[in-house]
Design a binder for this molecule. Structure first.
Ligand SMILES: Nc1ncnc2c1ncn2[C@@H]1O[C@H](COP(=O)(O)OP(=O)(O)OP(=O)(O)O)[C@@H](O)[C@H]1O
Ligand SMILES: [Mg+2]
Length: 343
C-alpha cells in the first residue's frame, strides 16, 4: 500500500543567503529529506542562485513555502471591538487604512487576535488587541511569479517572524514536554539586513516585528576598524582565529545598539501584555558568531540561547549533507518554520 507522505520546501530567500529545507511528514515523523543553501551577492544574483539551488539540491517536491520581509511588511498593534475571527477578517479591510501607510487595495492583510480588553467604563464595548500584518501585494506577487517561472509551485507566502513561531511550535511537536507551560519566549533571528522578532506566550504569538539591523552592520564595523575590504571583513568575522578579542571589540558597540533596539521590543511587550520575556532564542546566520550568545545575554539580562531549530527532526542521510546541515542549523529557523506550512 502507498504510504501518505507529504513534502514541502521551506524556502528562505534572505538578503544575503538563500536557505531551502525540504521537510517530509510521514505519519508522526518529520524528516529533513533535502537541504541546500547558497550565499548571494545582491538582488540580481537571486534568480540564478535559486535556479542553481533547485537543480543541485536533490529536492523531490516542487511545492515551496516562502516569505517576504523588509520595508514592504508592516506590523501594527491595534485595539478593536471584540468580534469573531471571521468578522475580524472582514472588518480589518475597512479599518486597515487608518494604520498602514499603503493603500489597502495594494496590501495583503493578516490578523491575529492577541487578547481581550474588557471595557473599563460602563456602557463602553469590550475590546480586543489585534496584531495586524500588511505585506505589499506586488512584492508577494513578484515572489510567486519568480518561483512559478522557475517551475516551482508556491503554496504559501508568509513573513519571517511568523515562520519563527511555526518552527518553535514544530520543536514542541517533535520534542513534547521540553517547553514549559505558561512560558514566554522571544525568538530573535539576526540575519544580514534585519532582525526578526517573535514573542510567544504559551506558543501563541503576542508580538512580532522586524528591526532593520543585522550582520551587515557587524561586518561594516570590522571593515572600519581594520581598514579592510568588505569581503575580507566578512571572512575575518566568520573565522577570527587569534584575532577574536579584537573582532569582539570592533563589533561591541554595534552589538549594543542591536541588543538595545531588541530590548525596546521586549519592553513594549512587557508593558502591553503584563508579563516578562523569560527566555530568548537566537537564530539567523549572525547567531553563528561565537560570542553572540554571551553578548546578548548581558544586554537582555535574560537567559539567552542559540537555538537549534532542527533538533528532534529526523534526517535522510543519503540525500542530505549532515555536517553542512548541523553547521548552519541556527541559520535555518525561518526555512524550517516555512516548511511547516501545509505539511
Ligand atoms: N560563521 C559566521 N559567523 C558570524 N556571522 C556569520 C557566520 N555565517 C554567516 N554569518 C552572517 O550571517 C548573516 C546572514 O544570515 P542569514 O542567512 O540569516 O541572513 P539573510 O536571511 O540572508 O538576511 P535577512 O534575513 O536580513 O534578509 C550575514 O551577515 C553573515 O555575515
Ligand atoms: Mg533572513
Amino acid at each position: 500500500m502507498l504510504k501518505q507522505r507529504k513534502s514541502i520546501v521551506g524556502l528562505d530567500v534572505g538578503t544575503s543567503c538563500i536557505k531551502a529545507i525540504e521537510i517530509t511528514q510521514d505519519k508522526f515523523d518529520y524528516i529533513i529529506t533535502a537541504f541546500a543553501q547558497i550565499d548571494i551577492a545582491g538582488e540580481q544574483a537571486r534568480r540564478d542562485a535559486l535556479s542553481e539551488l533547485f537543480k543541485s539540491g536533490g529536492f523531490r517536491t516542487k511545492r515551496v513555502a516562502t516569505s517576504v520581509s523588509g520595508k514592504s511588511v508592516i506590523f501594527r498593534f491595534i485595539n478593536m471591538v471584540q468580534m469573531s475571527d471571521d468578522n475580524l477578517t472582514n472588518a480589518i479591510k475597512f479599518e486597515a487604512d487608518k494604520y498602514i501607510p499603503f493603500d489597502v487595495d495594494e496590501v495583503q492583510l493578516d490578523t491575529q487576535k492577541l487578547m481581550d480588553l474588557p471595557a473599563t467604563e460602563e456602557g463602553a464595548q469590550d475590546e480586543m488587541k489585534v496584531l495586524l500584518v500588511a505585506a505589499k501585494r506586488s512584492i508577494v506577487e513578484d515572489q510567486a511569479t519568480m518561483l512559478s517561472e522557475l517551475g516551482l509551485s508556491p503554496v504559501n507566502i508568509g513573513v519571517d517572524s511568523f515562520a519563527l513561531g511555526n518552527a518553535y511550535e514544530l520543536n514542541d511537536i517533535v520534542s513534547p514536554g521540553l517547553q514549559e507551560s505558561d512560558h514566554t519566549v522571544a525568538l530573535v533571528d539576526i540575519g544580514f539586513a534585519k532582525s526578526s522578532i517573535n514573542i510567544l506566550r504559551n506558543n501563541v504569538t503576542f508580538f512580532a516585528r522586524e528591526v532593520p539591523m543585522g550582520g551587515q552592520d557587524l561586518t561594516n564595523a570590522i571593515t572600519r576598524r581594520f581598514g579592510l575590504e568588505p569581503f575580507e571583513a566578512e571572512a575575518l568575522k566568520r573565522d577570527p582565529q587569534e584575532q577574536v578579542v579584537e573582532v569582539q571589540d570592533a563589533v561591541s558597540a554595534t552589538l549594543d545598539d542591536l541588543g538595545n533596539e531588541i530590548n525596546l521590543s521586549f519592553d513594549f511587550f512587557e508593558n502591553q501584555f503584563e508579563g516578562e520575556v523569560q527566555e530568548v532564542y537566537l537564530s539567523g546566520g549572525s547567531a553563528l558568531l561565537p560570542f553572540l550568545e554571551e553578548s546578548m545575554e548581558k544586554i537582555f539580562e535574560k537567559r539567552t540561547r542559540v537555538w537549534n531549530p532542527i533538533e528532534g527532526l529526523k534526517v535522510r542521510s543519503d540525500n542530505v549533507d549532515i555536517d553542512a546541515l548541523n553547521q548552519s542549523a541556527p541559520q535555518l529557523a525561518v526555512a524550517v518554520g516555512l516548511a511547516t506550512a501545509g505539511t
